[in-house]
Design a protein around this ligand. Structure first.
Ligand SMILES: Cc1cc2nc3c(=O)[nH]c(=O)nc-3n(C[C@H](O)[C@H](O)[C@H](O)COP(=O)(O)OP(=O)(O)OC[C@H]3O[C@@H](n4cnc5c(N)ncnc54)[C@H](O)[C@@H]3O)c2cc1C
Length: 441
């Protein structure tokens, strides 16, 4: 089907809630921003077949609540669920809550309705059968495509019956670096928590500095178990054994439940009135300790304040999200601090992992992700579906500026490295120091 509309030849940029830190929905070459949040209807909840269809601008939280009323359960969603849209999270291909047990958005999609740049409307799958066979899997082509290949308008997802029990349990370790042995045991065990998330000492210290309830521990790991009560009871016992035999102490139930209830509000530190900018990387569990040590060294070298949070994405992969505090009012310092994201991404690549997504700043990493031939293939696909380059230009396959001046990827990378270098020679950041010293008194 072809949408009958005037072809504008001007850039069109799909935008969900604009929560992605990498600026994927910023219109770098002008044109139109397509605000998808107006497409906020849940079209059909098919309880019999455990399938839901909704427009792409529906938020993950709204969908989860609607399913809950029907006795159903959304297997995964980003922690930004209160504002992030279905199309936005699919567009970034990120990982999120529920990923350890159920996978990420791509794993639960049955079908996407997508409008291509020339106006054709395609369906990438089927409502009731998996999209395998019949050629390449078109659904996965749009997962993580960062809005450059098509505009997702409707999403059909597989959902689950609500589990009898959802239970959060938490453990503390002396330091995040001590978590690896427990992780190895967990990934080889029969215990499959829905979600495993963590925060380090600095993260909880900052939360306390803004007056929130947060434990005084070296780091805390919160695991959320789902299933029948007997199974969850057994899983909890096995988890206790895994964690305590690896040096952890079990935290009180109220602490675990509170942490779970706060899962969408990790950045409360912003209540200090400053910016908190996260960098997000995926690394293999085997490379976790080295990555952590190198990320901490980077934070120090760049004179940043850098708490670390994250989650375990699957049995092999850990998602680390160090965030740093920045004074948004100090243009030079906050801009220079952006070089942190680039350097953190480099650390991830060196340790067998990668940053999460490219967005506005890191299109230069596409070749590192896919190799030269893989990157060329993606560029050829883009050219084939969008020969005029109108959909979200300046992202994923190219870097760009609003003045129409092309910015070669190497130049962008060079600029980001320069920013990181500048930050290292600038005076130390003092953001958050007053609050912390009040807390420590
Ligand atoms: C507090 C906080 C927590 C976060 N937690 C997570 C997390 O747990 N996991 C995670 O992966 N990310 C997380 N993020 C990053 C971000 O929230 C997610 O990537 C989010 O899903 C983006 O959704 P959005 O609707 O805001 O999309 P936007 O930021 O508006 O867009 C993201 C990208 O998708 C494209 N896009 C948007 N809508 C469409 C559409 N309909 N069709 C095609 N392309 C589209 C845009 O062009 C852009 O490239 C978090 C961010 C914050 C601020």
């Amino acid at each position: 089907m072809l949408v009958k509309a005037t072809y504008t030849h001007k850039p069109v940029v799909p935008r969900g809630a604009g929560t992605w830190g990498l600026g994927g929905s910023v219109p770098v070459k002008g044109g139109y921003v397509l605000d998808m949040t107006a497409m906020d209807k849940i079209i059909d909840i098919d309880k019999e077949n455990l399938v839901v269809t909704a427009q792409a601008g529906v938020t993950w939280k709204a969908l989860s609540e609607a399913l809950d009323e029907e006795g159903l359960f959304l297997p995964c969603y980003p922690s930004s669920a209160p504002s992030a849209t279905l199309g936005g999270w699919i567009g970034t291909g990120g990982t999120g809550i529920g990923a350890y047990k159920y996978g990420t958005a791509g794993n639960i999609i049955r079908d996407l309705e997508v409008v291509l740049p020339a106006g054709h409307i395609v369906h990438t799958g089927d409502k009731y059968v998996p999209a395998s066979g019949g050629g390449p899997n078109l659904t996965w082509m749009f997962v993580g495509s960062e809005g450059v290949l098509g505009v997702i308008t409707e999403v059909t997802l597989s959902v689950l019956p609500k589990p009898e029990v959802l239970r959060a349990v938490a453990y503390s370790f002396a330091d995040l670096s001590k978590f690896t042995p427990a992780l190895r045991k967990l990934s080889r065990s029969d215990v499959v928590p829905m979600h495993v998330m963590f925060g380090d000492r600095a993260h909880f210290e900052y939360l306390r500095a803004v007056g929130k309830d947060a434990p005084d521990v070296g780091c805390m790991i919160t695991c959320t178990l789902t299933g029948a009560k007997d199974k969850v009871d057994l899983d909890e016992k096995m988890l206790d054994e895994i964690m305590t035999s690896s040096g952890a102490s079990k935290m009180p139930t109220e602490v675990a439940e509170h942490e779970w209830s706060e899962r969408s509000y990790e950045f409360r530190v912003r209540e200090m009135g400053i910016g908190a900018i996260p960098g997000e990387i995926l690394v293999p569990i085997e490379g976790f300790e080295r990555t952590l040590a190198e990320a901490r060294t980077l934070v120090k070298k760049m004179k940043l304040k850098g708490p670390i949070i994250g989650s375990v994405a699957d049995r092999n992969t850990i998602m680390l999200m160090p965030y740093y505090l920045t004074d948004d009012h100090n243009f030079f310092r906050s801009t220079a601090a952006m070089g942190f994201g680039k350097k953190l991404g480099d650390i991830a690549f060196e340790n067998g992992g990668r940053p999460v997504g490219l967005g506005l700043f890191f299109a230069g990493n596409l070749t590192k992700y896919r190799g030269k031939d893989g990157a060329d293939l993606i560029k050829r696909i883009k050219k084939a579906v969008d020969p005029e380059g109108i959909l979200n230009p300046g992202k994923l396959v190219e870097t760009g500026t609003r003045f129409g001046i092309p910015m070669p990827a190497v130049l962008m990378n060079f600029g980001m490295n320069m920013l990181a270098g500048m930050k290292r020679i600038m005076p130390r950041d003092k953001v958050g120091e007053a609050e912390l010293s009040r807390l420590r008194k």
